[in-house]
Design a protein. Structure first.
Length: 64
């Protein structure tokens, strides 16, 4: 397993334990896994936050 997969699993388990296995809040498990997966992407260098920020700034300043 890659670091992203481990972090996604860790996020899922963390939120699942935090909720106390309440089915109605199980969606939070998916959100937690997604957040931890995104952190793994940043740590592995697949997502460059500086590049993302510059893209958002360019799109805001572009004339419409």
């Amino acid at each position: 397993m890659t670091i992203k997969q481990h972090l996604g699993l860790l996020g899922f388990l963390f939120v699942a334990a935090w909720i106390g296995f309440n089915f109605g809040d199980a969606v939070l498990c998916l959100v937690g896994a997604g957040i931890f997966y995104a952190v793994g992407s940043v740590l592995e260098g697949e997502v460059d936050l500086g590049e993302m920020q510059s893209r958002f700034q360019r799109s805001r300043s572009a004339p419409r």
